[in-house]
Design a protein around this ligand. Sequence first.
Ligand code: PAF
Length: 289
Amino acid sequence: MQVVQSIADLRAARAHWPGLAFVPTMGNLHDGHLALVRQAKATGRPVAVSIFVNRLQFAPSEDFERYPRTLEDDLALLAAENVALVFTPTEAEIYPEPQTWRLQPPPALADILEGAFRPGFFIGVATVVLKLFNLVQPELAVFGKKDYQQLLLVTQMCRQLALPIEILPGETVRTEDGLALSSRNRFLSPAERAQAPELQRCLVQLAARLREGAGAIEPLERAGADRLTARGWQIDYVAIRRAADLQPFTTADLADGAPGVILAAARLGSTRLIDNLELPPELRRHASG
Ligand code: PAF
């Protein structure tokens, strides 16, 4: 495994690895990241991983400094996965001057859900992902479904800007009790950790209620939020959306069998967790049949 820090070394190394599959990360790797790496590897391509905590996607109120940095452990995990190339740039390498050029994704996708609660987040994500794509020049990249909106945004960016990069979605990895793996889980107290799987249970319950023909969508979203609030969560959103563009999902969409996804973001104490659940195809068949 080759580890490079500078753009010059990355460019030299890349020449030895044509057709790279790429997994961009902010480090603090867990099994969720490793599943993306394995998925990249299963394409038969050499795999490149980047580890870079991107200040641009943190709002001033969010703690960029607190983001866990565990480079040595991360490199050991990646070496065990036989990754070909790891890019671990410093901040000065990626942003040698103030990054005044930034990519503005369409507000209809970037200013809703996560973007509504984290202003500028997707500008920061799109800018660094485009920059990393330019540097690594992969033919394929894997993004997890856990960050569903990010996955959609990057896929659309590649399509609309004609980037020659195929985006593969990666399934969310969960603990046995259903909690989606996230670098933030480490901040949960034991009591919060015990409560955390409730987020996914709430989404599963909403999907079940849709399956039973629960009627209007908005009351259902409110019921989901109320259920979490009653258990001590502070809610940012519980939203049932169209999977293709994250616009509100209607009962007509349900009847048409349109793909949908339920997304939620909520806080336990000071830890903000996100999760989502794609509406199962049998629900679509049931609704349309
Ligand atoms: O999902 C992440 O870890 C980050 O948003 C990404 C894609 C590495 C960009 O910084």
